[in-house]
Design a protein around this ligand. Structure first.
Ligand code: GCB
Length: 691
């Protein structure tokens, strides 16, 4: 959402006061009827549509500067999160507060950077600050924007002591124009207040309560979702310039006609006006360039900002292991011109923006999901943005390593469990042909009521606006494991799905459900979806240790989902916590051997299910081990990773690799990689496992 001009500091003050003092929005526990009022459809308000927020890219008319690096951080007193607002800390350098200031890298979660558990477990606000220069020449004929890739959970931003924007809901970008707040040719100060409190109206939900410790009372944050509530400036911060009149937004969608002509429908939005009547946009040149820079299609429009490009013999975007050249991207160039009053001859470039675009089709039926008319069988992971030290902070080295591992293991898809991943990771997925089920941050939601619904809609609206142009996105996941069997869920999800469908931009809707396909705990969300996804931990949370109780239970449950709701079905989560290096023969839970045995039984079930065409995907939980809140059921975090947190394989990774490549060979006749089979003996030749 674009940053909103903010009339008064008192608004924030009031809001924080309400949250801090009355505890409004705190989740007092789950099941009381008063917490589940009959849901009134008319009580919710649809979010304001997001505008702008194109990913910052340099061009001949735009400059981009990173504000990543070492910032300074001040942790507010947990019992007084409003002190900084009251005392107007944003008006001067944080140093002037006399409080302790520590160096803090951006992007990163702040929690694991120091050795202080007070910062790791902090509840409330922290303040970030840094200074920067902007060149003097930026003042001329251009506008300057400040853009955050994400701050978790809520942020208020000041430039040189003046409010620039605010935003809430983590994992999503926000921006504002700051031209009028800057000191051009001099030093500037940026101050960010970040609040990590989750309540029963935030997405995701949490609960803040006060506990008595040996050192007095202190707020603590609890939540039912199973990953650490990392906070801070998680993604890059950019300054970028645009011309006064510029391209502010782009939407595209692609198709393929029966005679194999590619079609790109595009629309652009312009922002800005000038008093100089000679500086008005008049023409748009749209050019599609292939990988070699050759123009494959173009259009030159006068005062028309939408259109269609036809691309004969297009190179289609194909997923990894479905085509020898997966992830083919064109560059779609938009150039905005003005013509001087003296006619069409003197055209002058006002703005240029280039968007990577993959041409592909996506469609679905009650039994399948098709890409370029070909039914998909998805094989992949639920993942997390999580790593040692930096928590959920963007890390390009980690991003590259993860994509390399995904390709090594032969997966073709992942789900952004349980929130939107970085824009850089979406670009990577496009480039490598990895399909993405794009999930919003509604995890474990409970208490179905209008204010939460409006925030949930906003989380989806912002996600779809951000990711709608990515070829890799093949579905929107509206929630993970909501308490969708509860009465209030029916009206809630009907409203949520109806709204989301109206903005879905050509993608089907799905969710990762853990309610039941049958009464009495039947899911009230599944009827509204296009693809039913479910999470089930046979032989782990249910029937722990019984790997002989997987195949029948899983196949029967998948059947019930399909029979009851008549949709394609995916298993979005299965798995077992596994301590790397722990072995046990016969297999015993938490050992690597048990993870292998459990996966192997799931593979049997999947192969039975695959014969029924409506079973369209298998997703392991989880790609890698990850950190959770401290509980006695988690040893240093959730250990269901196929890879360790340091991104090294557990034994099961090799088994999974054989399976995923065997599927690629069976379904798309992809040659098996040379190094998959290890030499055992001259009797068995190279083949360790028959593929
Ligand atoms: C689930 C959740 C996931 C957890 C996982 C587990 O069903 O969707 O967030 O991490 O179970 O390991 O318990």
């Amino acid at each position: 959402m674009q940053g909103q001009a903010w009339p008064s500091m008192w608004l924030l003050f009031g809001l924080l006061l309400v949250l801090a003092v009355t505890g409004h929005g705190e989740n007092n526990e789950h099941d009381g009827m008063e917490l589940h009022p009959v849901f009134l459809h008319e009580n919710w308000t649809a979010p304001i549509a997001t505008t702008g927020l194109l990913y910052p890219r340099e061009s001949e008319t735009r400059e981009v500067r990173s504000l990543d690096g070492m910032w300074r951080l001040l942790m507010s007193q947990p019992n007084d999160p409003l002190q900084g607002i009251r005392e107007k800390w944003y008006e001067n350098s944080l140093q002037k507060t006399g409080q302790e200031i520590i160096p803090m890298p951006v992007p990163a979660s702040y929690n694991d950077i120091t050795t202080d558990n007070n910062l790791r477990d902090h509840v409330g606000t922290v303040w970030y600050e840094r200074t920067f220069f902007v060149p003097r020449y930026w003042i001329e004929k251009r506008r300057t924007w400040l853009r955050f890739g994400s701050v978790h959970y809520a942020a208020v931003v000041w430039i040189n002591g003046r409010n620039a924007m605010r935003h809430s809901i983590g994992h999503l970008p926000f921006e504002a124009e700051i031209t009028n707040l800057l000191n051009f040719g001099g030093e500037n100060r940026i101050t960010v207040m970040c609040n990590n409190r989750l309540t029963n109206r935030t997405v995701p939900q949490g609960q803040v309560s006060t506990v008595k410790t040996d050192n007095g009372e202190t707020p603590i944050q609890s939540y039912t979702f199973d990953f650490f509530n990392y906070a801070g400036i998680h993604r890059s911060v950019h300054l970028y310039t645009t011309p006064v009149v510029h391209i502010s937004d782009i939407a595209i969608s692609t198709q393929l006609s029966s005679d194999q002509v590619g079609r790109i429908d595009y629309r652009i939005w312009l922002d800005g006006t000038t008093e100089d009547s000679t500086v008005q946009p008049t023409h748009v040149l749209v050019q599609l360039r292939d990988r070699d820079g050759v123009v494959a299609a173009q259009q030159f429009n006068r005062a028309v900002y939408n259109g269609t490009l036809l691309v004969p013999g297009p190179k289609l975007w194909w997923p990894y292991l479905m085509h020898p050249d997966p992830g083919y991207l064109y560059s779609l160039e938009f150039e905005l011109f003005m013509s001087r009053n003296d006619g069409d001859d003197g055209k002058e470039l006002l703005d240029a923006y280039r968007l990577p675009v993959g041409i592909r089709t996506l469609s679905w039926t009650t039994t399948s999901l098709l890409l370029n008319e070909k039914p998909l069988y998805l094989r992949g992971f639920g993942r997390h943005e999580d790593s040692d030290i930096r928590g959920k902070g963007l890390d390009n080295a980690l991003l590259a390593r993860d994509i390399n591992l995904i390709k090594w293991v032969g997966a073709n898809a992942y789900r952004t469990s349980h929130y939107p991943y970085s824009e850089e990771s979406m670009q990577f997925a496009d480039e490598h042909g990895i399909m993405v089920i794009d999930e919003c941050s509604a995890v474990n939601i409970d208490l179905f009521e209008p204010e939460l619904l409006s925030n949930h809609m906003s989380a989806l609206e912002q996600l779809i606006h951000r990711d709608r142009n990515h070829a890799s996105v093949i579905a929107w996941s509206v929630a993970n494991e909501p308490r969708s069997f509860k009465m209030g869920a029916l009206g809630y999800f009907q409203a949520l799905v109806n709204y989301t469908r109206s903005i879905a931009h050509g993608r089907p809707l799905t969710a990762a459900i853990n309610a039941s396909p049958d009464p009495p705990k039947q899911c009230h969300l599944a009827p509204f979806l296009d693809i039913v996804g479910f999470n089930r931990y046979n032989a782990w949370y249910q029937n722990s240790g019984r790997t002989d109780m997987i195949v029948n239970l899983l196949t029967e449950e998948a059947q019930r989902w399909h029979q009851n709701f008549g949709k394609p079905v995916i298993l979005f989560e299965y798995g077992a916590d596994t301590m790397e290096g722990l072995h046990s023969l016969p297999a015993y839970i938490w050992s690597e051997d048990y993870q292998v045995a459990l996966f192997s039984q799931h593979f049997k079930a999947f192969d039975k299910l695959r014969k029924q065409k409506w079973f369209i995907g298998e997703f392991v939980w989880n790609f890698a081990d990850f950190k959770t809140a401290q509980t006695y059921t988690r040893v240093g975090g959730n250990k269901k990773g196929v890879f360790t947190r340091a991104r090294q394989p557990k034994e099961v990774a090799h088994i999974l690799r054989w399976r995923y490549f065997a599927l690629a060979k069976e379904l798309d006749r992809v040659p098996v990689p040379k190094h998959l089979n290890v030499y055992i003996s001259s009797q068995t030749g190279q083949a360790h496992i028959e593929l």
